[in-house]
Unconditional design. Structure first.
Length: 248
């Protein structure tokens, strides 16, 4: 059985749940898999993790400051919980929403750590009135892979790196908030795994009924065609006998 090929069609048009099917027609209770590595807010969370490791290594003491571990763990938690939540979403929307919520909380915790660093070191948080803000914001908005940042980060000072991280944190939070709302609406409409199991079983029975009805129709059509051909053969045989009799 091929577990990767789906028809993508619902077996019952009256069901709000999109019951997917394997290539052999068997209904599936699994939701469509989310390729989390393709989610831009996940990609940005990976940038944040790599950026935070560099920031802590360069600008925070190696020993005696718990902030280092807290910031690195918060950045890692954001990324890892997006990955785990997206994977768990195939079987449990509840788990997906919980883990995505944890990811959002970790991202906001990281944001506060960067803001605290700027305040504690007398550095400026860039806003719309700062000429560097728009340039930074536009760069982060159009670049979401670590490869886009890798050569740039070592050349930046602590104020620049912190503001870049803050910008990315805001963008991740905005995207995650919208994504969680989307998943919440899907859960309200489709329910959890139990509802999907019920819909899949109903859909499977519906598919089987449709197959039986289609096959019955095909059999009836074949029977009608056989009867028609038999009638043609019968008439052709009688016509031939009549001609032979007339000749003799």
């Amino acid at each position: 059985m091929d577990y990767n090929k789906y028809s993508g069609k619902s077996a019952s048009s009256t069901s709000p749940i999109d019951v997917r099917h394997y290539s052999d027609g068997t209904a599936s209770v699994l939701r469509k898999a989310v390729v989390y590595t393709g989610l831009r807010f996940f990609q940005r969370s990976d940038v944040l993790y790599q950026l935070t490791r560099q920031f802590c290594h360069r600008f925070l003491p190696a020993y005696g400051d718990r902030t280092v571990d807290q910031m690195v763990q918060a950045a890692r938690s954001t990324k890892q919980n997006i990955a785990e939540g997206s994977s768990d979403g195939q079987t449990s929307t509840e788990s997906e929403l919980k883990l995505l919520g944890i990811a959002r909380g970790s991202n906001l915790e990281l944001l506060e750590d960067y803001l605290d660093y700027l305040k504690g070191h007398g550095l400026e948080e860039w806003h719309g009135n700062n000429p560097r803000f728009d340039q930074l914001h536009n760069f982060c908005r159009s670049h979401f892979c670590f490869a886009d940042y890798e050569l740039l980060l070592p050349k930046m000072n602590d104020e620049e790196l912190a503001n870049m991280a803050i910008c990315l944190c805001h963008q991740v939070d905005s995207a995650l908030t919208k994504y969680i709302e989307k998943k919440d609406r899907e859960f309200t409409t489709e329910g959890g795994i139990r509802e999907r199991m019920t819909a899949a079983r109903v859909g499977q029975r519906e598919s089987q009924r449709q197959i039986i009805e289609r096959q019955a129709g095909e059999i009836a059509a074949l029977q009608a065609e056989v009867a028609r051909l038999q009638e043609i053969i019968k008439k052709a045989g009688l016509s031939g006998n009549s001609g032979n009799t007339g000749t003799i």
